[in-house]
Design a protein around this ligand. Structure first.
Ligand code: SDX
Length: 394
């Protein structure tokens, strides 16, 4: 009868989820968490304060903040039985695979039996604290396990970032003093990665959570999605790409041309974005941070110079300009992680630490809105009906 059938085929950039958490405008390069511009939060806030803002919707009062930080601090210890799971991984296991498995294993330990009578809200608040508190410990342990070094226990007298760095780098054979410059740079990086509306891994967390699987299972799925080189895994690929260009005499022009060649599957990692068709506002701040941190630490990293040359060459090339390909959040972050002494196979784990409160906030919003189970539809393009053919006639 000529009726119009509209099919939401999940094509690029279609709006299908309602959320009040993060606003981004890809054309104008705007990113706000609960209405607060990312530039202000990066300059004035702390990661745990931003985590509270994303999860509970408002900046905390002094008392709310201190209570929240105190709770997180007092849940950083890991059940000793989880150490046994650690010991089963080979040293060369990728830390993202270890982390996804161990976060999922938390659902075997929590809620504790005595907490089963708690309300959903009470259990959720406790699970949120446990995830924020324990994931850094699990992350640092996955690094120590890969190094064959003894695991470090969290120290409650250190703040969130200092504690993570201490667990990562302290050795029983010598004292380890956390450099406050590095700790603050890490705090800013985690803030900048904290949420980014319905990206691949966040959509994964929401859809897994929509079946009412545990929060730990949903976060573990998000870690697996983030691992991919087209998503959070890009920060590791950027450094590997810069190392390759450096080993090839720093021939930036050659790699810009290669990235344009449709016959090569080489892409400039850390460039382009599904939504930002202007500069990624996070990349702008991280680029400034890279300069500041390296200057303060007195580090001269040739990869930073190559990265800047690459950015300049690409931004002045028609191919990239026509496709509106700009550096994204992953392009400069690895330079700072390197300066911190964080190994390249831990870069995506760092992205996980940052994105964790965003995933939690999005999961919580989906559950509080009592959203139905996720069930995307499709446009069927397969075979029409046909009869079964017996094996002897095929
Ligand atoms: C993150 O969604 C989010 O918000 C993600 C994230 C977050 O905070 O959660 O921001 C984090 O994942 C950042 C992106 C990290 N990934 C990379 O840096 C990998 C390299 N980038 C690309 O693979 C790509 O740009 C994507 C995956 C990021 C975006 O892909 P799109 O939007 O689907 O773009 P596309 O693949 O359709 O490319 C459009 C055109 C193509 O050329 P044409 O077919 O038009 O000729 O641009 C080209 C692509 O070939 N292109 C690139 C390129 N990215 C796109 N060419 C060279 N180098 C690149 N990096």
């Amino acid at each position: 009868t000529g009726g119009l059938i509209t099919l939401d085929l999940g094509f690029k950039n279609t709006a299908s989820t309602k959320s009040a958490i993060t606003f981004l405008d890809g054309e104008k390069g705007i990113l706000r968490y609960r209405g607060y511009p990312i530039e202000q939060l990066a300059e004035k806030s702390t990661f745990l304060e931003v985590a509270y803002l994303l999860i509970y919707g408002e900046l905390p009062s002094k008392n709310e903040y201190e209570t929240f930080v105190n709770k997180v601090t007092r849940h950083t210890l890991i059940n000793e039985n989880i150490r046994k799971i650690f010991e089963g991984f080979p040293a060369n296991a990728h830390p993202m695979g270890v982390l996804a498995a161990l976060v999922s294993s938390l659902s075997a330990f929590y809620p504790r039996p005595e907490e089963s009578s708690m309300s959903f809200e009470e259990q959720t608040d406790l699970n949120i604290i446990r995830l924020l508190a324990k994931v850094p410990t699990l992350a640092a342990w996955s690094y120590k396990n890969s190094q064959g070094h003894p695991l470090n226990y969290p120290k409650n007298n250190l703040n969130y970032c200092e504690n993570f760095l201490h667990m990562m780098f302290a050795l029983p054979v010598e004292d380890y003093e956390v450099d406050p410059v590095i700790a603050r740079a890490l705090d800013v990086l985690l803030i900048l990665h904290a949420d980014h509306e319905q990206n691949c891994s966040t959509s994964t967390v929401r859809i897994v959570g929509s079946s009412h699987a545990s929060l730990y299972a949903a976060i573990s799925a998000g870690i697996s999605a983030l691992w991919g080189p087209l998503h959070g895994g890009a920060n590791q690929k950027v450094i590997e790409m810069l190392e390759m260009i450096k080993a090839d005499g720093g021939n930036v022009k050659k790699y810009v041309e290669l990235a344009k060649d449709k016959n090569s599957n080489f892409r400039l990692m850390g460039f382009g974005h599904r939504v930002y068709k202007n500069f990624d506002p996070r990349a702008r701040i991280i680029k400034q941070q890279a300069d500041n941190v390296l200057n303060k630490l007195g580090i001269k990293d040739p990869l930073l110079d190559i990265a800047k040359e690459l950015e300049h060459a690409a931004l002045n090339d028609d191919y990239f300009k026509e496709r509106k390909l700009y550096p994204n959040v992953d392009f400069y972050s690895g330079i700072i992680y390197r300066a911190m002494g964080i190994p390249v196979n831990m870069f995506t784990v760092m992205f996980t630490l940052g994105r964790l409160p965003g995933w939690i906030a999005q999961w919580k919003e989906m559950r509080e809105n009592d959203e139905p189970i996720g069930r995307p539809r499709q446009l069927y393009i397969g075979a029409t009906e046909r009869e079964y053919v017996p094996m002897e006639k095929r």
